[in-house]
Design a protein around this ligand. Structure first.
Ligand SMILES: [Zn+2]
Length: 76
């Protein structure tokens, strides 16, 4: 199970409501108030190398891919 898609488990347990309830009670990841796991890339869901400047909320890899589309320009 990856942190980015724990809700997939609920889709699998749709036909077993009792087990789904127990999963939510005991195994659901915590809502974080601080730390790396709170900030996530909006495009791909990565946790590392987060760029939050200018309200981007992207990882560096996604920023590199779409920087020119969203109006950033390289001066060199
Ligand atoms: Zn990304």
């Amino acid at each position: 199970m990856t942190a980015s898609n724990w809700k997939k488990i609920l889709r699998q347990l749709k036909s077993k409501p009792e087990k789904a309830g127990k999963f939510v009670k005991h195994n659901k990841p915590k809502e974080r108030k601080t730390g790396i796991a709170k900030k996530k890339c909006e495009r791909c869901g990565r946790f590392g190398a987060h760029i939050s400047s200018y309200g981007l909320n992207l990882c560096r890899q996604c920023f590199r891919e779409i920087a020119e589309e969203i109006g950033f320009k390289k001066y060199n």
